[in-house]
Design a protein around this ligand. Structure first.
Ligand SMILES: CC(C)(COP(=O)(O)OP(=O)(O)OC[C@H]1O[C@@H](n2cnc3c(N)ncnc32)[C@H](O)[C@@H]1OP(=O)(O)O)[C@@H](O)C(=O)NCCC(=O)NCCS
Length: 162
């Protein structure tokens, strides 16, 4: 149910004026966007997909991308809805083009998706961060995530959507 909610999700991101370009469009990624997502991954060496520790039988991945005015993919997020529990979501992967970081794109993308998840009934969002990825840990902390117990060599973070 939570994953279905993102099927038609479309929104515009307007960054503050000191950033160029300012306007981006977000929509679910399709099979034809996979090459562009792979390209983005090539610009983010060391970044990889995290799997949730558990998931419900209905779990499904929602993949939302952000495109610039030239319709080039500049960011995406893969969110596993229904994991690790039926009423929660797990961020498997999130990447912003290195040239477009620290402009607010990641924050806008995540906040829009979190609002959609909350409206669809999700109660919390969880994720894991590699030990050597201090930038990502700071990003999630800034978004209100709290750090929990470690899982293997991963730092775990979660946030309530209540
Ligand atoms: C983590 C990531 C998604 C953040 O995206 P972004 O669009 O650059 O983030 P924002 O511009 O919205 O950042 C918001 C705030 O988070 C914090 N933040 C973001 N990146 C940070 C970094 N590298 N170091 C320290 N703080 C950081 C800052 O407080 C920032 O606000 P500020 O720029 O006004 O100081 C992006 O850096 C990225 O794609 N990294 C590589 C992939 C990755 O590590 N993904 C996460 C896997 S768990």
């Amino acid at each position: 149910m939570i994953a279905q909610a993102t099927g038609s999700l479309r929104f515009t991101i307007d960054l503050p004026s000191r950033h160029e370009p300012r306007r981006y469009k977000a929509r679910p990624l399709t099979e034809s966007d996979e090459g562009a997502a792979d390209d983005l991954m090539r610009h983010a060496p060391g970044v990889h997909r995290h799997k949730p520790p558990a998931e419900s039988p209905e779990a499904a991945t929602a993949r939302i991308g952000v495109f610039d005015e030239m319709r080039v993919l500049r960011a995406f997020i893969d969110l596993r809805a229904g994991a690790p529990t039926a009423d929660s979501c797990f961020v498997e992967l999130m990447v912003v083009d290195p040239r477009y970081r620290r402009a607010g794109l990641g924050t806008h993308l995540f906040n829009a998706l979190a609002a959609e998840m909350k409206a669809a009934g999700a109660r919390r969002i969880a994720l894991e961060v590699d030990d050597d990825n201090e930038g990502a840990a700071r990003f999630w902390a800034r978004l209100g995530f709290s750090e929990g117990a470690r899982r293997g060599d991963q730092r775990t973070f979660q946030r309530s959507l209540g």
